[in-house]
Design a protein around this ligand. Structure first.
Ligand code: GTP
Ligand code: MG
Length: 437
C-alpha cells in the first residue's frame, strides 16, 4: 500500500472558468475536515466553502469524496471544483500540501489506479494517448483498448497457453499418474493460438500513429517547391518560399487533418551540394527524418531533374514513397519505373490527387481492429515467433517445449501487467503523462 497522499491541479494551468484539484491517499478524510470544517458524504457533489489555515475563505467550491476502493485510484479520493485562473487553484493546492499531501508526479494517479487493480497496463497506457490525441477518429479507434476488449483478448490467449502449460507440466512431474498427452494434441492447440495471434498482428495498427498522427516528410532538391507544397497542403503560408535555393534551413512541422486522419507534415531543407555547415546539418536532418517517417513525399521539379536526385529516389522504400513532380505546368517528364503525381503550385493542380494518395496510404496504416504500442507489438511478435519455434521442436522432449511456452506466457504477463513489473518499466509507462492524471 502506498502510504503518502498526493495532490495535483488536474485541469491544466492557465486561465479557465473552473479548475479541478485532485487528492488521493490516506490523508483525504482529515484534509476534508480541515478545509471544509465538516464531513462529506461518499460520492455526493457538495457545495461548500474552502477555508485556509487561518480560517479565511479561499473560494466557494463543489467537492466530491470518493471512499476507497470505489475511486479512480482505488484509494480515498477528493475532487475539488474551484474557480479557475492563476491564483485560486494554486492557493488550494498549497493549503492541501501544508496539510501533509505532496505534489503528484506525472501520471501518478493513473499509476496508483494500475497498482490497485483499477486499470490494467493496456488501459493505463491508452489514457495518455487519448488525452494527447490529435483527431476525433483516434478517440473512436482507441475505445476498445479503454473498454478492455484488447486486454480480455490477450488474457484469453494467455489463459489458453497457461492451461496447455499446466497439462504438459503435469505429465513431466507425474509421468505415471496421468494419461499421456500426444504431441499432435499439443501442436494442434499451439496452432490454434498461433492463428489468433496472427490474426491480431495482421489486423493491427500503431496506437501512436492513430493518436499522434502519421509522420509525413517532404524532401527533395533545393528550390523544387517543397515549402510551396507544404503551404498549399496546410492552406496558409507557414513556410517561407523564395526563388533562392536553400531557403528552408531547418525543418518545420505542422499538423494536417484529411478526412479525420491526422498527419504531421514536415518541410525540410533542400538536398544539394552543401554550401555551408548550417545547411549541411539541415540536409543530414532531412535524410534522418525519412527513417522515422511513415510517408515520404519526394519532390522533383519539371524544370530540371538531375541524376543525383534519381539516385536518391531509388533509396526511398517504395511503400513509403509518394513521388511528386512540381512545376508541371512547364512540362510533364516521365520517370521510368515510377508513376509520379504531376503537380503545380502555380496553376493549382494535382493537390486532390496528392491528398487522396496521402489518405489512402495512411488508412492502410491505421485502419485496424487492434491498436498496439510499439513495445506491445514487439512482444506479440516475439510470442508469435517463439510459438513457431515450438512447432519445429517435434522431436524434442516435452520439457523443452514447455520451457518455450513458459517464455511466451511470461511475456504476455508482462504485457498485461499481471506479473510484478520492475519499477523502471512501470515508470516508463507513466512518465509521459501530464501532472494530475
Ligand atoms: N513555375 C513554378 N514555380 C514554382 C511552383 N511552385 C513553387 N515555385 C517557385 O519555386 C521557388 C522555390 O519554391 P520553394 O517552395 O521555396 O522551394 P523549396 O523546395 O522549399 O526550396 P528550399 O527551401 O530552398 O529547398 C519559388 O520561387 C516558388 O515560387 C510551381 O508550381 N511552378
Ligand atoms: Mg523550402
Amino acid at each position: 500500500m502506498l502510504s503518502d497522499t498526493i495532490v495535483a491541479i488536474s485541469s491544466g494551468y492557465g486561465v479557465s472558468a473552473i479548475s479541478v484539484i485532485r487528492v488521493s491517499g490516506p490523508l483525504v478524510l482529515s484534509i476534508i475536515e480541515k478545509v471544509f470544517r465538516r464531513k462529506l458524504k461518499n460520492r455526493y457533489a457538495t457545495y461548500l466553502k474552502f477555508y485556509n489555515n487561518n480560517g479565511k475563505v479561499i473560494d466557494d467550491v463543489i467537492a466530491v469524496y470518493y471512499k476507497s476502493p470505489k475511486s479512480y485510484t482505488g484509494e480515498d479520493m477528493l475532487e475539488i471544483f474551484c474557480h479557475g485562473g492563476l491564483i485560486i487553484p494554486k492557493l488550494i493546492l498549497r493549503e492541501i500540501v501544508e496539510l501533509g499531501a505532496r505534489q503528484a508526479e506525472p501520471g501518478e494517479f493513473t499509476k496508483r489506479a494500475f497498482l490497485n487493480g483499477k486499470l490494467d497496463l493496456i488501459q493505463s497506457s491508452t489514457i495518455n494517448e487519448i488525452i494527447n490525441a490529435k483527431s476525433e477518429s483516434a478517440i473512436y479507434s482507441l475505445r476498445s483498448r479503454m473498454d478492455g476488449v484488447l486486454s480480455r483478448k490477450l488474457e484469453d490467449l494467455r489463459e489458453s497457453l497457461l492451461d496447455l502449460l499446466k497439462e504438459i507440466e503435469a505429465r513431466i512431474d507425474f509421468e505415471e499418474d496421468v494419461p499421456e498427452i500426444s504431441k499432435e494434441e499439443v501442436f494442434f492447440r499451439i496452432k490454434k493460438i498461433l492463428n489468433m495471434l496472427e490474426d491480431m498482428l495482421k489486423n493491427s495498427a500503431s496506437m501512436e500513429k492513430v493518436s499522434q498522427g502519421i509522420n509525413v516528410v517532404i524532401i527533395g532538391k533545393a528550390n523544387v517547391g517543397k515549402s510551396s507544397i507544404f503551404n498549399k497542403l496546410l492552406g496558409y503560408e507557414r513556410a517561407i518560399v523564395s526563388e533562392i535555393p536553400g531557403t528552408t534551413r531547418d525543418y518545420i512541422s505542422e499538423y494536417l487533418v484529411i478526412d479525420g486522419i491526422t498527419f504531421r507534415i514536415v518541410d525540410t531543407a533542400g538536398i544539394r551540394e552543401a554550401q555551408d555547415i548550417i545547411e549541411k546539418i539541415g540536409i543530414e536532418k532531412s535524410l534522418n527524418l525519412t527513417k522515422f517517417s511513415d510517408i515520404i513525399i519526394f519532390v522533383l521539379s519539371a524544370e530540371k531533374i538531375e541524376t543525383y536526385e534519381l539516385e536518391l529516389l531509388e533509396r526511398i522504400p517504395n511503400e513509403k514513397l509518394i513521388l511528386v513532380i512540381n512545376k508541371s505546368e512547364i512540362s510533364r517528364p516521365n520517370i521510368e519505373g515510377y508513376k509520379p503525381i504531376y503537380l503545380s503550385v502555380y496553376e493549382n493542380f494535382g493537390f486532390e490527387e496528392l491528398k487522396n494518395t496521402l489518405y489512402n496510404k495512411a488508412i492502410s496504416e491505421i485502419s485496424a481492429e487492434y491498436y498496439f504500442s510499439r513495445s506491445e507489438y514487439e512482444t506479440l511478435q516475439y510470442a508469435y515467433n517463439e510459438l513457431i519455434e515450438v512447432l519445429n521442436l517435434k522431436f524434442e522432449p516435452l520439457d523443452i517445449i514447455s520451457h518455450h511456452i513458459r517464455l511466451v506466457v511470461n511475456s504476455l504477463s508482462r504485457l498485461l501487467g499481471i506479473e510484478d513489473l520492475p519499477e523502471e518499466i512501470l515508470n516508463r509507462v507513466f512518465r509521459d503523462f501530464c501532472i494530475g492524471k
